[in-house]
Design a binder for this molecule. Structure first.
Ligand code: NDP
Ligand code: 8X3
Length: 255
């Protein structure tokens, strides 16, 4: 019987690469996001190319009612066990000094990265408890470990994800549920395009002069962490490209 992975934010970047990586390895997939056209196309492509069963759930993780309904609509006959939840949906919105921060940007980051992750987890954790097994992978960031100039609220949301991963690990320990925090550094996806609200030049400039992580690199690492022996759990895993030391120190080339 194939195992099942539920990936939030599968319409782009790291989430989409995870969908490919797990499908390639015969997982069944429950994929979420807000862009239905992308979800539909991804489902069709994966079902054609691989032997995976795919259910798509189109909802906004910020909306608790939508989240509850979406998780309740999982087809338990096709997906009787949710083996892995990858809490990946997230974003940065804007980049400004904290004294000039935009309230709407702050709300969207806090509501998505913190409350959205909590909404999905709160709906899935009881299912995993009933199963007596499960693995929750929270996609955090190097921004959970350090802060950088003008990253203030985004970094705070990822620090919160770090705290939630640690808390989940303690509270879920009796139920045999693994919790892993994966903390990538700069990775070229739609992340910067979203942060800079569609400004392609500004987004591209973020990755100029060095070789950032690819979403495939991050997906490989997540896949590795999800396929260890039953008694082994990676708690916390930080990965960066060769020229990044931490959230605020990246060089353009090695000597
Ligand atoms: P992308 O912008 O490429 O992907 C983000 C995904 O999140 C999309 O699928 C998007 O789907 C989904 N998403 C965003 N908001 C919502 C929402 N309200 N409801 C449901 N889904 C949502 O960025 P990345 O792949 O880079 O980001 C994935 C995660 O990785 C994020 O948590 C990010 O913070 C983290 N990260 C990224 C790094 C990077 O450098 N790229 C480094 C470290 C961590 P849709 O728009 O269809 O809803
Ligand atoms: C996303 C990467 O460097 O913008 O977490 O914080 S960074």
């Amino acid at each position: 019987m194939n195992r099942t992975v539920l990936i939030t934010g599968a319409t782009s970047g790291i989430g989409q690469s995870c969908a490919l990586q797990f499908a390639k390895n015969n997982f069944n997939l429950i994929l979420t996001g807000r862009r239905i056209d992308r979800l539909t196309a991804l489902k069709a492509a994966l079902e054609e190319q691989y032997k995976s069963e795919v259910q798509i759930l189109c909802f906004d993780v910020r909306n608790l009612e939508e989240t509850k309904q979406a998780i309740a609509s999982i087809d338990m006959t096709r997906f009787p066990v949710i083996d892995i939840l990858i809490n990946n949906a997230g974003l940065a919105s804007g980049m400004s000094s904290i004294d000039e921060g935009d309230y709407d940007d702050w709300n969207v980051m806090i509501d998505t990265n913190v409350k959205g992750l909590l909404h999905v987890s709160r709906e899935v954790m009881p299912i995993m408890k009933r199963q007596g097994c499960g693995h929750i992978v929270n996609i955090s960031s190097t921004a959970a470990k350090d802060v950088y100039a003008k990253g203030n609220v985004y970094c705070a949301t990822k620090h919160a994800v770090d705290a939630l991963s640690k808390s989940m690990r303690i509270d879920l320990l009796p139920y045999g549920i693994k919790v892993t925090s994966v903390n990538p550094g700069a990775c070229e996806t739609e992340f910067s395009l979203v942060r800079f609200k569609g400004d392609e030049e500004r987004a591209k400039a973020v990755y100029e002069g060095f070789t950032p992580l690819t979403p495939g690199d991050v997906a490989d690492t997540i896949y590795y962490a999800c396929n260890l022996p039953k008694h082994v759990c990676i708690n916390d895993l930080t990965l960066t490209c060769l020229t990044q030391a931490n959230a605020h120190y990246t060089i353009k080339k090695t000597v």
